[in-house]
Design a protein around this ligand. Structure first.
Ligand code: WT7
Length: 568
């Protein structure tokens, strides 16, 4: 029996107070996600239950019970507090998927500070724009990443503490750096939880848009209500499950459903701190006896490519429930997973801004492969006309995905960017920026994004950010960055580049430019192809016509270019 039981029953008279009651939360009281994910589970009698089974690519393992989570987060929280960090200070987590990332996240929330997780593969420029926008006070990182912080430290007077969790004492620490070792620290039995309430800020996640620098999406502790309930009803986590979320907490899936969701329901989760390999993934599922698996379409397509013979080499019979998020999940992937794993991947749709799952296929619901499913109970979802912002009633007609504001985990602001935040709301709807249609049965069918953001392997990359970084390369006069089709990643970054006089448009320079972006921004943002051009197509007012280049890449009709000129 699934936790949700019948979807149709659940949407009747739905109220978020269902989650509040289950969590024992009374409106207006202290509400702290860090406490809910550790101390409360212990209070419920599960102190000795396994919370985290961790391993890395070398096979090193660590295990943490809920009591261990409670103590470790107390210890990290106390360490930060003693440094003077507290209420709403931004603390960046800049680590690989090591235990300190998960435990530090809980510790930061317990002391009322804001957790700002950033993907550890980010280069110094990506790191800088996000730390600078947030005026981050402290960063928790590893030896292997501290060099990137050192490169930009002089530009960040507000960044007072650089905490290195694996300092081995060999090389001296530099200015503002301090070592912290969870293993050597005295465990802190009692930490006074900062009295955060529903609207206190909790997490700040940066996400990329078409124009301008990435936006800091501010979430609050009340997001727990939706994250908890969707973990129960969509991911269906139950007492004996072994859950595996493959996402990195540098992205919202890795926090909402890689930390907060599973730990607030008291589940056992496992983490593999390693790069992707189909074989290693299957071995991990077999070894950990994973029952519930939350992953992403690009990974699933890579598994499909690795073939069915590989699947048969492993005992994956523990699996009972699979879900996916991040990009369109093609019907073939759903059908394939049902055939080879005995269970289909269920597509879920949401965004950094929504904080929790909005549209989804539920356990037990009739699945239409290729569809994102239906709204989570309590979510009023529709598609609206792109000009009038009125809901479209005709089944099958494409419009902009829109949600009625007010669900618990909705972002509360874009950090320092009220105008852009307000721009997300039209005619009483929150607009997600994606397009979809709704069929006669109320199922949503994704058709594409409504902007130029590139979704590569489930990660959003801003063409603007890549273009800005390209301009800093000595050889680049101007550039335009668009998505190019890719079999596995769906989209990859492609750059059109016009060179400055004196530079040769050859393969060597292409490689150098690619590497420049990889180091400065990240491997995700690195163009997979650079096409040299003499000049770029521009509007009369001098704006580069990115859409024209995009259309060519995708073999689409370019149509009337005069209309492109009017586009933003
Ligand atoms: C964008 C949000 C929140 C999870 C990780 C991504 C795309 C997300 C789906 C899906 C088609 C999807 C949308 C969305 N997206 N899920 N099931 N089908 N597209 O969070 O980085 O904020 O990206 O990812 O375009 O707007 P994010």
């Amino acid at each position: 029996m699934s936790n949700i039981g019948s979807y149709d029953e659940r949407i009747k008279n739905f109220d978020w107070s269902i989650a509040e009651k289950e969590l024992g939360y009374n409106n207006g009281n202290v509400l702290n996600i860090g406490w809910y994910c550790s101390d409360r589970i212990c209070q419920l009698g599960k102190a000795d239950k396994m919370a985290l089974l961790w391993e890395d690519s070398t096979g090193r393992e660590k295990r943490y019970t809920y009591n261990d989570i409670r103590l470790a987060s107390n210890t990290i929280g106390t360490f930060l507090k003693d440094l003077g960090i507290g209420n709403e200070d931004r603390v960046c987590l800049f680590m690989d998927k090591i235990p300190e990332l998960y435990l530090g996240f809980v510790g930061i929330l317990k002391i009322g500070a804001i957790a700002q997780p950033l993907f550890s593969a980010f280069g110094d420029e990506s790191l800088y724009v996000r730390l600078h926008d947030a005026r981050t006070s402290a960063i928790i990182t590893q030896r292997k990443h501290v060099g990137k912080v050192r490169k930009i430290i002089d530009k960040m007077p507000y960044l007072k503490h650089i905490i290195v969790v694996d300092h081995d004492g060999r090389k001296p620490l530099k200015e503002r750096e301090i070592a912290f070792s969870l293993e050597e620290a005295e465990p802190v039995e009692h930490l006074e939880i900062f009295p955060t309430t529903a609207e206190s800020a909790s997490v700040l996640h940066y996400t990329s848009g078409t124009t301008g620098q990435p936006k800091g999406v501010k979430h609050v502790h009340y997001s727990l209500i939706a994250q908890y309930l969707s973990t129960r009803w969509v991911l269906d986590l139950q007492e004996d499950d072994i859950y595996w979320c493959t996402a990195d907490p540098g992205w919202v899936t890795g926090t909402s459903y890689g930390i907060i969701g599973p730990w607030s329901v008291g589940a056992t989760q496992c983490v593999q701190d390693a790069g992707f390999s189909a074989e290693a993934w299957y071995r991990f599922i077999e070894k950990r006896k994973v029952t519930v698996w939350y992953s992403a379409p690009t990974a699933i397509r890579s598994l499909m490519k690795a073939g069915e013979d590989l699947v048969r080499k492993f005992d994956l019979s523990s699996l009972r429930h699979l879900a996916s998020v991040g990009e369109p999940l093609n019907a073939e992937a759903v059908v394939w997973s049902e055939r080879v794993f005995g269970h289909p991947f269920l597509d879920t749709y949401w965004q950094t801004e929504t904080g929790s799952i909005m549209l989804t296929n539920f356990p037990g619901m009739k699945i239409k492969p290729g569809s994102m499913g239906k709204p989570f109970p309590g979510i009023k979802a529709t598609v609206v006309d792109a000009k009038t912002y009125e809901p479209i009633t005709e089944p099958g007609r494409v419009g902009l995905i829109a949600f009625r504001p007010g669900w618990p985990s909705m972002m509360r602001a874009y950090w320092n960017n009220e105008a852009t935040y307000q721009g997300k709301f039209k005619n009483g709807w929150y607009l997600s920026g994606d397009r979809s249609s709704i069929d006669r049965d109320g199922y949503f069918w994704f058709t594409g994004r409504d902007d130029d953001v590139i979704n590569t392997g489930g990660h959003l990359v801003s063409p603007f950010e890549v273009e800005s970084a390209l301009l800093e390369h000595e050889a680049v006069a101007e550039s335009a960055v668009v998505a190019k089709p890719d079999e596995v990643n769906m989209e990859v970054v492609k750059a059109f580049v016009a060179l400055k006089p004196g530079f040769e448009p050859d393969a060597d320079l292409e490689l150098r430019i690619m590497n420049f972006i990889r180091k400065k921004l990240s491997p995700l943002a690195m163009p997979q192809e650079i096409e040299y051009v003499d000049s770029l197509p521009k509007t009369r007012s001098g704006k580069i016509m990115r859409r024209l280049l995009h259309a060519k890449e995708w073999g689409e009709e370019v149509g009337d270019t005069s209309t492109l000129e009017d586009d933003e």
